[in-house]
Design a protein around this ligand. Structure first.
Ligand SMILES: [Zn+2]
Length: 382
């Protein structure tokens, strides 16, 4: 494109990106124009309130300094310890599922277990915080502060060049409500921001926590064994550790999930793209299965006592459904379906549950019910 596109267009394109990246610090007319553009794509009726935009800008520029304040306020060492224990319980449950799958050979199982045991777990916030002392922030110019932060961040990245891999880095800031699996470091990472209700509550019963953050932990673990993650080994290297036959069996099972999601239509003419969302859908189904298996080992699941009229199993699934509640405009939904590897929340909930006999049993669903897929069309991998 650099050779083919007119230089004037390229300049215009770069200028637009530069201006767009700092509209929050430019005179109001720029922000208004930026919002007019966003409105078309997202259907939003009004801009985010100023305090939200200010927090987002601070999180984007000084994420780990901002994160320290957040963690001091809202994430106790006890909450961290309990989350860590949850992760380890899920690791045990996952290992058992791998060992007991009937479709995987002993050789592939051994590699899968090696990979599972090698997962590095990061919870809450980094052990080593970024040092922002070289970044000068002042009260004179918000725009210059943004430029200074961008420059600092570029230098921070360049400083890694030629050095050994830093395994302590985080790809998200502590207040972020999200989590990730990083294939090349073979690590699963859970920022403090997602370790709060409805995902996780140190004061809630196990059913709620396993159905919430448990399913998220299982999801990130399963990314290590989804259609992409499975190509990487326990050391984070791209290496095919599957026997040919096991790889084919896996892809056939994944295909069942792909077809199920292809058939979901969140808007009239818009279908979910089973191929685009494959890894996420596999992670959702696997994650929920593992979280449920881990929950079954807890004293609460074994005792079976009702809380608020619900069985432990029902409470588990109810919170799973709650974590994916969303409310979005059709424009945003349309954009998500076409560009985002995550299926819309509604199908992230319904999709896995339609495949799970444990869910059908918990709510006494019958063959032929909307939430029960016929056995011939049911997906099960782990
Ligand atoms: Zn994911």
């Amino acid at each position: 494109m650099m050779k083919e596109e007119p230089i004037a267009d390229q300049k215009q394109y770069l200028r637009w990106h530069l201006v767009e990246s700092v509209t929050s610090a430019l005179p109001k007319a720029f922000g208004d124009e930026e919002f007019r553009f966003t409105k078309v794509l997202s259907g939003a009726k009004q801009p985010q309130p100023r305090w939200r935009r200010a927090f987002a800008a601070t999180d984007g520029s000084l994420g780990e300094a901002f994160g320290q304040l957040y963690v001091d306020e809202d994430f106790s060492p006890a909450a961290k310890a309990r989350a860590k224990a949850l992760v380890e319980n899920l690791r045990v449950a996952y290992a058992e599922r791998i060992q007991s799958t009937e479709w995987m050979s002993a050789a592939t199982k051994a590699e899968a277990l090696k990979k599972l045991n090698a997962f590095v777990v990061k919870i809450g916030y980094p052990d080593k915080w970024k040092d922002y002392s070289a970044l000068k922030v002042n009260r004179e110019s918000a725009l210059n502060n943004l430029f200074a932060a961008a420059e600092w961040s570029t230098k921070d990245n360049l400083s890694k060049f030629g050095k050994p891999v830093d395994r302590t880095v985080w790809g998200m800031t502590p207040p972020t409500v999200n989590a990730y699996y990083n294939a090349s470091l073979n690590e699963i990472v859970f920022p403090a921001g997602i370790l709060q209700p409805p995902f996780y509550d140190p004061k809630a019963d196990d059913a709620v926590n396993y159905g919430g953050i448990g399913a998220v932990i299982g999801h990130e673990m399963t990314h290590g064994f989804d259609d992409q993650g499975r190509k990487v080994d326990s050391q984070g290297n791209l290496r095919d550790w599957w026997t040919k036959e096991d790889g084919e069996k896996f892809m056939a099972k994944a295909d069942v999930v792909g077809k199920q999601f292809d058939a979901f239509t969140p808007l009239d003419s818009v279908h979910v793209n089973g191929k685009l969302t494959m890894g996420e859908n596999l992670a959702d189904l696997g994650g929920l299965t593992i979280a449920y298996a881990a929950f079954m080992k807890t004293p609460q699941a074994k005792a079976g006592k009702l809380i608020d009229g619900f069985t432990p199993e029902q409470r588990f699934f109810l919170n799973f459904a709650q974590i994916w509640r969303v409310n979005m405009r059709p424009e945003t939904l349309r954009q998500q379906v076409q560009t985002d590897p995550h299926s819309p929340g509604q199908f992230r909930t319904i999709g896995p549950l339609q495949n799970m006999p444990e869910f059908h049993k918990a709510f006494s669903c019958k063959e032929g019910d909307k939430m029960v897929r016929p056995a011939s069309n049911r997906a099960k991998i782990w």
